[in-house]
Design a binder for this molecule. Structure first.
Ligand code: NAD
Length: 310
């Protein structure tokens, strides 16, 4: 029997030829998000009401959207973060969920290391200043010999550790759900507590999911434990950081700088106070947006959905 599916992620359509080859083996009615934007709750309410399955990006799938989607059997996440989906309600309704694991960890980790360099050498500011006619330099810091503190030692955190080791950095990691000491040791990573990370790391980098437990885990108190010379890197989710507290910490020299690929409201308001600071860098949630990761995410998310539906 024909199944109706919705595809929402913008970058999905860049590698649609991969999807079409798999789709051609099934009886499907396909609805595509051709707005070029993340869908709003209202659009999701309407588009999801009669679908059997969905390949979803960061579009909202809260309780209202899920309860209104009476036929929905399967959610295939185009990516790994499930924070836009109400997992409790999905479970209650018997909706299956799968993530596109192992598809974008290398890309996100590479951007993360890129942000280490960008913030510690003020690369975006320097480029901007030169284009504005300037030729002033900002004193930078080397990565060599510095300590990186990885919070969340999953697929991305581990990839960051591999690259940091190649840069001759000392690596600490905190992850209360990780218990493979042997693996950590073989990767030259010391598993430790969150306070040890905050107090000792020169680069604190976030690679954990957003949920009730982790919301605003970087706040006035935790920022206050970091070194004055330390940088915060966040390529996970904006809501992990209390942005008011981060602004105060960056403005008053509690920490040296922050670089994020994510923000609590994406895109942020143009006049957001954090965007006025030279020691704050923000990229537009592009961690997984590479040719290679996009192709892998399309293939895996399509296969996952077909396996759940047929
Ligand atoms: P993952 O599931 O492989 O790893 C997450 C790790 O965080 C797990 O090992 C888990 O045990 C750990 N964790 C959970 N709660 C924790 C806590 N309270 N403290 C410390 N660690 C905790 O996921 P991943 O592929 O490594 O992705 C990590 C996050 O990166 C995702 O949740 C997603 O939000 C984000 N992400 C961002 C982009 C981007 O484009 N910027 C792309 C992909 C993923």
């Amino acid at each position: 029997m024909k199944k109706k599916i919705l595809i929402t992620p913008k970058s999905f359509f860049r590698a649609k030829h991969i999807a079409d080859e798999i789709f051609s083996q099934y009886q499907l009615e396909i609805v595509e998000n051709n707005t070029g934007k993340t869908l709003t709750k209202e659009q999701m309410m309407e588009l999801c009401q009669d679908i059997d399955g969905i390949i979803v990006g960061v579009d909202p799938m809260d309780e209202d959207v899920l309860r209104n989607a009476k036929k929905l059997k399967a959610i295939s996440k185009y990516g790994v973060g499930l924070d836009n989906i109400d997992l409790k309600v999905a479970e209650e309704l018997g909706i299956k969920i799968r993530r596109a694991e192992g598809t974008n960890n290398r890309s996100v980790a590479e951007l993360t290391i890129g942000l280490f360099f960008a913030i510690s050498r003020s690369i975006p500011k320097a480029t901007y200043d030169v284009k504005e006619g300037g030729w002033d330099r900002t004193l930078g810091t080397e990565l060599f010999g510095k300590t990186v503190g990885i919070i969340g030692f999953g697929a991305i955190g581990r990839e960051v550790a591999k690259m940091a080791y190649g840069l001759n950095m000392k690596i600490l990691a905190y992850d209360p759900y990780f218990d493979d000491e042997e693996l950590a040791k073989s990767m030259n990573v010391t598993m430790t507590g969150i306070n040890e990370i905050l107090e000792n790391a020169d680069f604190v980098t976030l690679h954990l999911p957003l949920n009730e437990e982790t919301n605003k885990m970087i706040n006035k108190e935790t920022l206050g434990k970091m070194k004055k010379t330390a940088y915060l890197i966040n390529t996970a989710r904006g809501e992990l950081v209390d942005e008011d507290a981060l602004y105060d910490a960056l403005k008053s020299g509690i920490i040296a700088g922050a670089a994020q690929d994510v923000f609590s409201q994406e895109p942020p308001k143009k006049d957001h106070k954090l965007l006025t600071l030279d020691n704050f860098i923000l990229t537009p949630h592009m961690g997984a947006y590479t040719r290679e990761a996009t192709e892998r995410m399309v293939e895996t998310s399509v296969k996952n959905l077909m396996e759940m539906l047929f």
